[in-house]
Design a protein around this ligand. Structure first.
Ligand code: NAP
Length: 246
């Protein structure tokens, strides 16, 4: 564990899954971590409690990332409490799978509202407010490389995230702020596991030569690298973290 520093990290969608592991890891790296969530306050408080239990610093903050005012209010609250924001991890996301012929308007609107507009809302506040030396990590997905059936809408949202990542990196010129994305392969979280048979899960786990699913900690380690001192020369990139699947 690294001793606490004066840096502050917001992790969106940190009440469970990958975001919860990222929050814990960045707290261990010394950051004060804001554990953002949409509706699951109890789960977010549990993540905060677990971090505080080993001596880390964390605070839960409700904000639906798809709502611009809620995102701005969360940044206001964090700046008032801690003096600024250094790291933003745009992890909140949703996935609904269906072949295009069966995809609903609701599924399209919800995925674009949270994955694209939500990421944009948070990136806009980050672009306005991050302190020099800061860093943004967005969340894409390795399905962009795989192009599997039923993933069209979800992959389209992540393609938009990758495009915004590269552009924002250039727009931060002169401010020493880096913007990257991580693109996980299958990771054992509710988002991936829900609605899949054990056979399908096994098949997808076998697509990479390591022959297992990723863990939230595998991805949290990558985020830690990207925002930390060993990642300073990585900027505007998408890092696929999938055990070699694609
Ligand atoms: P997850 O287990 O389903 O957790 C999703 C998190 O996002 C929860 O904390 C949830 O909060 C939050 N969230 C959902 N909608 C939100 C909103 N409108 N505003 C704020 N927070 C919201 O998902 P995950 O698997 O950890 O996925 C994390 C990220 O990794 C996503 O961007 C996903 O697309 C990406 N990813 C995942 C995989 C995978 O295989 N798991 C692979 C590639 C990429 P509540 O608990 O309050 O609902």
């Amino acid at each position: 564990m690294t001793p606490p520093n004066d840096k502050v990290a917001i992790v969106t969608g940190a009440s469970r899954g990958i975001g919860a592991a990222v929050a814990d890891r960045l707290a261990r790296d010394g950051y004060t971590v804001i554990v953002n969530y949409a509706g699951n306050a109890a789960a977010a408080e549990k993540v905060v409690g677990a971090i505080e239990a080993w001596g880390g610093r964390a605070l839960a903050a409700q904000a639906d990332v798809s709502a611009p005012q809620a995102v701005a209010a969360m940044f206001d609250k964090v700046e008032a409490a801690f003096g600024g924001v250094d790291v933003v991890v745009n992890n909140a996301g949703v996935m609904t799978l269906a072949p295009l012929a069966e995809a609903t308007d609701d599924a399209f609107d919800r995925q674009f509202a949270i994955n694209v507009k939500g990421t944009f809302n948070v990136m806009r506040e980050a672009a306005r407010r991050l302190r020099p030396g800061g860093s943004v990590v967005n969340f894409s997905s390795s399905v962009i490389g795989l192009r599997m059936e039923s993933y069209a809408l979800y992959a389209a949202t992540k393609a938009a995230v990758e495009a915004m990542t590269a552009v924002m990196a250039k727009e931060m010129r002169g401010r020493a702020i880096r913007v990257n994305a991580v693109a996980p392969g299958p990771v054992a979280t509710e988002l991936f596991l829900d609605g899949k048979s054990p056979e399908l899960i096994n098949r997808l786990a076998g697509l990479n030569p390591m022959e297992r699913l990723g863990t939230p900690e595998d991805i949290a380690n990558i985020v830690s690298l990207l925002v930390g001192p060993d990642g300073v020369w990585v900027n505007g990139q998408v890092l696929r973290a999938n055990g070699g699947m694609v």
